[in-house]
Design a protein around this ligand. Sequence first.
Ligand code: FMN
Length: 197
Amino acid sequence: MKTRRSIRRFKADPIPDSVIEEILTTATFAPSAHNRQPWRFAVLTELSAKTLLAESMAKNFQQELENEHISPEEISSRVTRSKDRILSAPLVVILSVDMSEMDKYPDRRRKKAEFIMATQSAANAGMQLLLAAHAEGLGGVWVCSPLFAQETVQEVLNLPKSWEPQAMFLLGYPAENPQVRERKPMSEVLLTVDSRP
Ligand SMILES: Cc1cc2nc3c(=O)[nH]c(=O)nc-3n(C[C@H](O)[C@H](O)[C@H](O)COP(=O)(O)O)c2cc1C
């Protein structure tokens, strides 16, 4: 777990289907609220599918950046970079959450709690997917952009209506060996309640 890094550069080598199946299956052994397993995965390996996704998301991204009045050069460089990242990954997995089998509540407070529980469960599967990929000698990175383009991703991949895109995983054999990113000292994130007066 401590040797996993976010990998953003990949060799072109394809990932065997059996390995893809194994890491996705391992992801589904994550814990989930009420064991409802609200994670859903869409898998893209073909260039045509990745191009469709990359171009639709790029259009969306470009529009967002234009609304922020960023210079055309900066927009073009950021949009191209995000498109190239998708195209250069041998495997792209879109992780969605599906609320249809979660508990239903009439009030906003509990509805929100149930939604958070479902997204926490889906995130567990995402983390497990990255660790399973690492165990197979693959590298990967969690990318949050589908959250900002949920409708676009849903439409272009023709996902079932109840699938709400949450994240994208870019995966492949690593072509980089990044340094460990700094971690906050434990003293900053840990409170030992027992030792307090
Ligand atoms: C919810 C979430 C969203 C992330 N979104 C992105 C992203 O959009 N682009 C990216 O390059 N990395 C993204 N990352 C990866 C983080 O930047 C990375 O995990 C962090 O810098 C620590 O580095 P490490 O994973 O190598 O330990 C995301 C990670 C998480 C958990």
